[in-house]
Design a protein around this ligand. Structure first.
Ligand code: ZN
Length: 361
């Protein structure tokens, strides 16, 4: 009899603690910009490319938009949200001019191996050797989260490239992936989703396997507004495809637009009671591109020097402001998945992730 009250108290204390721990668990928004170079992230428009008529239709217009006298001004013109807001609330890794290095550990330096490394926490150069639509044998952090009762049904992925359903292994993992030319589905689709569904086939993409990023972005934003997934992955794709096309103007304009998309996502999360002050943003890229000879800016892959150099941005929940990192350091893309799993309070019991979780405090 007399033991009942202490037990009840203990239960209340424990339950309260658990509720608090779950409340405190950060939501995650992981974003990637396909093949966006660290050179433009940290220095803005490239002096050799911005005025080059082989790569720019209207050099006067492009210079007006993005050319400024110093690299600091150029990067602000190109990516105003990153350099005005994120630089003051988060941290930006990968400026090799200052000794901050972020590298891939896979040796392929193209998309599927890059995304596999980011999402599964481990390079797999034996099995992930092409961009073919092969269901990933490795488990992504999205799959690990979705298979845990705490996050089941609260994980969503959006990509412009139609290979993402295979990279995330949508069929095995059960993680919903809206990618390529997929539309919003379900009986609860919003007016905006209906409109996006109607609009997408009427706005032709320049590419067969990659849609324009605005569709990916607004499908993702609508899902966040509607269902509040706790773990979101958004993979923008235009930067890589415009670069392969040799269109430097479109590459820069796309990066600039993506910066506004990220601002829109951040502003939404900070205006929404579910996400506000409780959401971590991590942004990265799947590979770099060349610089020398000049034409290699269009390309990447193991034969292109520098294409394994990438970058990493973090801001939001749990990130102590540090701004642009200007000290020597070496980070790797395979550290992203273990970092996210740790923040979600999840164990990776399947494969050993070799990278250490990053500490943003
Ligand atoms: Zn890529």
């Amino acid at each position: 009899m007399n033991i009942k009250i202490p037990m009840l108290l203990l239960f209340i204390v424990l339950a309260g603690g658990l509720a608090k721990a779950q409340e405190g668990q950060a939501n995650i928004v992981l974003i990637s910009l396909d093949g966006f170079r660290w050179q433009e992230l940290f220095s803005g428009a490239d002096s050799l490319l911005v005025a080059h008529s082989d790569y720019v239709h209207d050099t006067t217009e492009l210079r007006k938009l993005f050319w400024r006298s110093s690299p600091m001004e150029r990067r602000k013109a190109l990516l105003p949200f990153v350099w005005n807001t994120v630089a003051s609330i988060g941290r930006i890794h990968g400026n090799r001019n200052h000794g901050s290095k972020v590298d891939l550990t896979n040796a392929m330096w193209f998309s599927y191996p890059g995304y596999n490394e980011i999402l599964t926490g481990k390079a797999d150069d034996d099995r992930i050797t092409s961009n073919d639509k092969i269901p990933n044998p490795n488990r992504t952090f999205l799959e690990i989260a979705h298979s845990d009762t705490r996050y089941h049904g609260k994980v969503a992925a959006f990509g412009s490239w139609d290979v993402f359903p295979y990279i995330i292994n949508e069929e095995r993992s059960g993680v919903p992936v809206n990618a390529g030319f997929d539309v919003a589905k379900g009986d609860d689709i919003t007016e905006r989703e209906k409109f996006l569904n109607e609009l997408q086939p009427k706005v032709p993409s320049p590419w067969g396997s990659v849609r324009l990023d605005a569709f990916t972005h607004y499908f993702a934003l609508e899902e966040m507004k509607k269902n509040h997934p706790k773990v979101v992955y958004i993979a923008y794709g235009e930067t890589d495809d415009f670069a392969h096309d040799g269109d430097y103007g479109a590459y820069l304009k796309s990066a600039h637009t993506t910066d506004t998309f990220i601002k829109e996502l951040w502003d939404f999360t900070q205006s929404d009671s579910f996400y506000k002050n409780n959401t971590l943003f991590v942004i990265t890229t799947d590979h770099g591109r060349g610089t020398q000879p000049l034409d290699t800016w269009k390309s990447h892959g193991s034969e292109i020097a520098g294409a394994g150099s990438v970058w990493l941005i973090a801001f939001g929940k749990g990130v102590k402001a540090k701004g642009e990192v200007t000290t020597n350091e070496q980070l790797f893309s395979n550290q992203i998945a273990p970092t996210i799993l740790q923040l979600l309070g999840l164990q990776n019991d399947d494969i050993k992730m070799p990278g250490a979780a990053l500490n943003f405090e």
